[in-house]
Design a protein around this ligand. Structure first.
Ligand code: ADP
Ligand code: MG
Length: 640
């Protein structure tokens, strides 16, 4: 007996749907693209329960005739191509004729559509690929498609949907792609009757402002290069705006969002010398190419695209980005940090590094054969800062620091005495400015502490490490990690005990949160509250900052910090609970901790190391890296 038969359409469609419709966000993408292809200038999206219950897209596009509306739900039914050759001249987002057929195979669908030139429209109701109702209706011109109970007939799929927040965040991402590709189209998004997004039609810069807020849109450099192969436009971010996580990176080709790891590398390479290690630039790059030179037919979800002449285009892209960066003059000429740092560092160790561009000054009376070379250093230093020594020392938080213990005069005189011809001058400076241990050692030994804590004195090395002598030898602490570990412990307790301390703001600032970030932020608002972030939603992605984490350093960019917190949570969406708490506490601790390069006074160092040893675990920082290294006496002996 023959056993092979053709599958009924409804089953075949359901199988095919697996490719196209994976989650509510895929439905949104397909429907939005259809509306764009239909020439819509205003598109409304309405959702219930993150798309589980309802996904509705209403457009003012060209609509369909009743017959076309019926046809639209058949597999491989499309108005966009008629022959294979058309695949190479695509000017539309869709072309497979698969989306509506797939959607209607796994959901209940209601369509109202009318062409502007027709008097009446048509209503179709379908479920599981079957037409249930068709009637003539009065409706606005355009298309209104409701998709209800997605996967109602595929329980396994429905079960695999993630939390509402995650699905909503995915939907936002898809909507963002379409909204960025079509700034001249207006969009609104309503979820459970709350309007989450309203984007008015405008130009790209306005769209970026609406989607990502002022900070990012003020840091953009325009791109504009045109030749036979490609037209490149859009914006790249200034190097200062680069982020370690969650950088906004978008490529569009012929107004279609795409991922392109190879082109991505071209952009990132241009920034290599300009941003901190691991930081990534923002970019919104639009490529226009002859459609016959690309192949968008690689994957049903169509985000990967093959280019002809990829290498040549790669170079053009790189040149365009370099040019934009060059115009902005972002390339530093000399790295002042590298020039003979140690000598300056040591003398400079009580003053934080100036943030402004370094300036060079010279002393016209300088005589290299004068007796006291160290004295010259002090003078140059003060000249550089334009401040007298007294002023400098008064800026220190405590008089007990190196500065208070030693006046410049002392330094000079002891230096003059001891700078024997045997030691190179740098070495002698180091030795001479080292405070006298014997005098103050006793006061620094904390009473009743275990032996391992009885460090005698702290010395800051290169404004980065804290050196301490212990019984076993020499300990070097990374100041940033040590402080981060202390803060982490405090923050983690705050979250776990559900009690935070925040500093109330007299005049709350507003922060704008990108639409895709809003669901993530909403999800972690309680945890953020325990960490001291008091945020009140004012709707539309705007939040009033009523409180900030107590003792937040003034130098910390609050907006950037909040974005980092959101990025951290985004990575943890599946692991809500203790992991998320740890990550959030860690992120805040890293942001708040004393940075490398910051001068610390003796008392601060002492307090820090004390607090560190009060922790249960003082071996690793919140980033999992070692806080301290020890050179024990045996190690040291081998070096002499
Ligand atoms: P494709 O977009 O690949 O052609 P779809 O299944 O998404 O396939 O849509 C099938 C057809 O239905 C489209 O080719 C188009 O003619 C019509 N259509 C779909 N959505 C709309 C809309 N919002 N407005 C007008 N026509 C539409
Ligand atoms: Mg389509």
């Amino acid at each position: 007996m023959d056993i092979i038969h053709l599958l009924p359409d409804s089953v075949a469609n359901q199988i095919a749907a697996g490719e196209v419709v994976q989650r509510p966000a895929s439905v949104i993408k397909e429907l939005l693209e259809n509306s764009i292809d239909a020439g819509a200038t205003e598109i409304q999206v309405v959702l219930r329960e993150a798309g589980r219950e309802l996904i509705q897209v209403i457009d003012n596009g060209k609509g369909m005739t009743p017959t076309d509306a019926r046809m639209a739900f058949e597999r491989h039914a499309t108005s966009k191509i008629t022959q294979a050759a058309d695949l190479f001249a695509l000017h539309t987002m869709g072309f497979r004729g698969e989306a509506l057929a797939s959607i209607v195979a796994v959901a209940e669908v209601e369509l109202r559509t009318r062409r502007p030139e027709d008097e009446t429209g048509v209503l179709l109701r379908l479920a599981g690929s079957r037409l249930e109702k068709q009637e003539v209706v009065a409706c606005p011109a355009g298309t209104n498609l409701e998709v209800r109970n997605l996967f109602y007939n595929v329980p396994a799929r429905r079960k695999f949907l993630k939390s509402n927040q995650t699905e909503l965040s995915n939907i936002m991402t898809e909507l963002q792609h379409v909204a960025l590709a079509n700034p001249e189209v207006g969009f609104t998004l309503t979820h459970n009757d709350v309007q989450m997004l309203s984007l008015t039609a405008g130009n790209l810069k306005q769209r970026l402002l609406q989607l990502f807020g002022k900070t990012i849109s003020q840091q953009l450099l325009p791109l504009d290069v045109e030749n036979d192969l490609v037209h490149i436009s859009g914006f790249i971010g200034q190097p200062e705006g680069a982020r370690k996580k969650g950088a906004l990176q978008y490529f569009f080709v012929n107004d279609r969002y795409m991922r392109h790891p190879y082109f991505h590398k071209a952009v990132v390479e241009c920034y290599q010398e300009l941003v901190a290690e691991g930081a990534q630039p923002n970019y919104f790059i639009y490529l226009k190419v002859d459609p016959s030179t690309i192949d968008v037919n690689i994957h049903p979800t169509k985000t990967e695209i093959k280019f002809e002449n990829e290498a040549a285009r790669w170079h053009i892209l790189m040149a365009a980005v370099r040019e934009a960066l060059g115009k902005y003059n972002a390339v530093p000429t000399i790295d002042f940090d590298q020039t003979d740092a140690p000598e300056i560092e040591l003398l400079d160790s009580r003053v934080s590094r100036p943030v402004a561009e370094p300036t060079t000054s010279f002393d016209p009376h300088y005589d290299p054969f004068r007796k006291s070379p160290v004295m010259d250093h002090w003078e140059t230093l003060y000249e550089d800062f334009g401040k007298a020594p007294e002023r400098l020392s008064s800026r220190m938080s405590a008089g007990a620091g190196l500065y208070g213990a030693l006046s410049p005069e002392q330094t000079v005189s002891s230096s003059a005495n001891s700078s024997s011809s045997v030691l190179p001058s740098r070495m002698s400076t180091v030795l001479d400015t080292t405070p006298d241990y014997s005098e103050s050692a006793n006061t620094l030994i904390p009473e009743g502490r275990p032996e391992k804590r009885t460090f005698r004195k702290y010395l800051q090395v290169a404004n980065r490490y804290i050196a301490a002598s212990s019984h076993e030898g020499l300990l070097l602490f990374d100041q940033h990690r040590a402080h981060a570990a202390v803060l982490y412990d405090r923050y983690y307790q705050q979250i776990c005990n559900r009690q935070g301390i925040s500093q109330q703001e007299l005049f709350p600032e507003m922060v704008e949160i990108a639409p895709a970030d809003v669901p993530v932020l909403e999800q972690i608002l309680p945890e953020l509250g325990y960490l001291g972030f008091e945020l009140d939603s004012l709707g539309g992605g705007t939040y009033a900052v009523n409180g900030k984490p107590a003792s937040l350093d003034k130098g910390v960019d609050f907006n950037a910090l909040l974005l980092q917190m959101i990025d951290t949570a985004r990575d943890e969406v599946h692991g809500i609970g203790s992991e998320l708490n740890r990550k959030l506490a860690g992120r805040l601790a890293m942001a708040q901790a004393i940075p490398a390069g910051k001068a610390m006074c003796e008392e601060e160092m002492c307090q820090l190391i004390e607090s560190l040893y009060d922790l249960k675990d003082h071996t690793y920082g919140p980033d999992g890296k070692l806080i301290a290294v020890q050179l024990n006496l045996a190690d040291l002996e081998t070096r002499f």
